[in-house]
Design a protein around this ligand. Structure first.
Ligand code: NOJ
Length: 589
């Protein structure tokens, strides 16, 4: 996911198709327009996902320790509108309600994450284990299983215990490997009799780049050119150690699988006849996905990362590369530590070559992960972008990414762990036709990829609920279910996409055009009643807010201006303009 600063570059029109070499995927025949009717292999697993900090709330309840996100979101101006995950969806108190939403969807699996500081408040196992935290996840897991929903559990979805950040510098410090391994081991011990799918890390790219390079995410450090590489290095080692722990101590009796969830946008060369652009696009994906996947599948960083970062470090006059190195033993210890690969994918970029010179004159602080890549990212302004600034709907990029994974990493088992689209907060619209379109097209490209021979075994819609969207706060809604965050009870309402996704699940794909069109029509029809419900509820809570504000003169005045006066003045102005125009037209006639 592109940082906002880089997005300024992106609004250039490009329409080019890619020609790239692969043994079995015919890249030239990727007809972007065609829809493939057909079903998924029997046993394909359909799910939806969430993560602890984004949905649980109860940030300081029942003995939970602080995470870096608790602390970061409480600092001023780190998150849109200074939102926090303090209560979020109150998922901690709504296990039964939420599992019934999953039942409604007929999900086969549910992906959630365990909050490390809820289980181990300081992050250090020998300090204290919080049995109430264990109890919460016990209940969630049991309830899922009673309802025939397979839990897929992420161990690290970004909420590092704050004590580990303060004491050791978080993922900058190698000691995280041991602490994380102890936490993982505790999870295997307590939940492994029932959980068979474990994901060590969710999207480590974001942890490293946004947490330690740009500082947009917790812990908010800006260690440009080195911080992300060091964090990633320790994360990869921690992943490998946890995989080995499971492999040697638990696999025999528990018979589960351990993977990692990596996120990547697809990168398409701007000019397919330009070798430099082709290489730049490949570099984009290698710096994104390959950074983590290549050590895990092949034992070391991608050659292109070693070459580029190494050369730039030399030009800067540094003694060694800013990219850390693995020893021979480490390489063989890390290689092959993946029973399945989780893939998070949302969008695509066009890529072109762009040199970022780095010489002894340029200080090392001007170098960064982004400049190391020597490329520029572009988007086609005609790509739909209904929600998040960075998220353009480009379904064909998904098929290409999946084929890339197949050819690069020896056709591993893949679970799509995140895919979905957001809308902006101000569109409180349950009839999310654009989301239906996004899911329809992306899931269809995944089906095509399976026909190409990619081993995709499951798909996780992101996300089950609207939730805390990191530095964007609650301003971006990814949910299949709408959450009314203004209401203390955080009620959930189904969006139209719930109906549509449910049909895909029950048919295990797309049976034929007539039916699929019909699903869509019906979904949009039925959502209008939920829309009315929500509108009525919103009117009620707005009225309650106005009453409350009348008792609070200062805020009352400010909010009346934005909530009542501004819309009234706008409406009156539009009316006056219309009358004036009519008057002019009459005069002309
Ligand atoms: C990836 C993250 O893992 C997830 O937590 C987030 O909600 C999505 N990106 C959308 O930004």
């Amino acid at each position: 996911m592109l940082p906002r600063c880089a997005l300024g570059l992106c609004h250039v029109f490009m329409l080019v198709l890619c020609l790239s070499a692969s043994e079995d995927f015919d890249w030239t025949k990727n007809d972007h327009g065609s829809f493939h009717y057909g079903t998924f292999p029997a046993g394909f697993s359909w799910g939806a996902g969430s993560s602890a900090y984004q949905t649980e709330g109860a940030w300081d309840k029942d003995g939970k320790g602080l995470s870096i996100w608790d602390v970061f979101s409480h600092k001023k101006d780190k998150v849109q509108q200074n939102n926090t995950g303090d209560s979020s969806c109150e998922g901690y108190y709504k296990v039964k309600d939420d599992v019934s939403l999953m039942k409604e969807l007929k999900l086969n699996h549910y992906r959630f994450s365990i909050s490390w500081p809820r289980l181990i408040p300081t992050g250090i196992k020998s300090d204290h284990i919080n049995e109430k935290g264990i109890q919460y996840y016990d209940e969630l897991i049991d309830h899922l299983l009673e309802n025939n929903i397979t839990p897929i559990v992420t161990l690290y979805h970004w909420d590092l215990p704050q004590v580990l950040q303060e004491k050791y510098g978080g993922w900058q410090n190698i000691s995280m490997v041991t602490h994380f391994n102890e936490f993982a081991n505790l999870c295997f011990e307590r939940f492994g009799n029932r959980v068979k799918y474990w994901i060590t890390f969710n999207n480590p790219w974001s942890v490293a780049v946004e947490g330690y390079e740009t500082g947009e995410h917790a812990p908010g450090l800006r260690l440009r050119g080195t911080g992300a590489y060091r964090a990633a290095h320790h994360i990869i080692k921690a992943h490998a150690q946890v995989w080995h722990t499971y492999n040697t101590q638990w696999r025999g009796k528990q018979k589960g699988q351990v993977g990692i969830s990596l996120s990547a946008d697809w990168g398409e060369p701007v000019d397919i006849s330009n070798q430099k652009d082709i290489e730049a696009a490949e570099r984009y994906v290698q710096f994104y996905l390959g950074w983590f996947a290549t050590p895990i599948f092949h034992g070391d960083y991608p050659q292109v990362m070693k070459d580029f970062i190494g050369r730039k470090s030399t030009q800067q006059g540094l003694g060694g590369s800013r990219l850390p190195t693995f020893s021979t033993q480490e390489k063989s210890y890390i290689k092959g530590t993946c029973d399945f690969l989780g893939v998070g994918h949302f969008t695509t970029r066009y890529i072109t070559q762009k040199n970022n010179p780095s010489g002894p004159s340029s200080s090392s602080s001007s170098s960064s992960y982004f400049t190391d890549r020597d490329l520029a990212e572009l988007v086609d302004p005609r790509w739909p972008d209904p929600g998040s600034e960075w998220l353009y709907s480009v379904p064909w990029g998904f098929r290409r990414l999946l084929n890339f994974i197949k050819s690069q990493y020896g056709n591993p088992l893949i679970y799509v762990t995140e895919n979905g689209v957001s809308e902006k907060m101000f569109c409180t619209e349950l009839c999310d036709d654009w989301r239906i379109q996004y899911y329809k097209d992306y899931i269809n490209e995944m089906l095509k990829a399976i026909k190409d021979g990619v081993s995709v075994k499951g798909y996780t819609a992101w996300s089950l609920l609207d939730k805390f969207e990191w530095d964007e706060g609650y301003s971006e809604r990814f949910g299949l279910y709408y959450v009314d965050f203004r209401n203390k009870n955080k009620p959930r309402y189904p969006k139209a996409s719930v109906q549509f996704y449910k049909r895909i699940i029950s048919s295990n794909g797309f049976p034929n055009q007539r039916e699929v069109e019909n699903w869509r029509k019906k979904a949009v029809e039925t959502c209008s009643s939920s829309n009315q419900l929500l509108a009525a509820e919103e009117q009620r809570s707005t009225a309650a807010n106005i009453l409350r504000l009348i008792h609070d003169p200062l805020t009352s005045h400010m909010e009346m201006v934005t909530e009542i006066v501004v819309p009234t003045v706008c409406t009156l102005s539009i009316l006056l303009c219309a009358i004036f125009l009519m008057f002019l037209l009459r005069k002309q006639n």
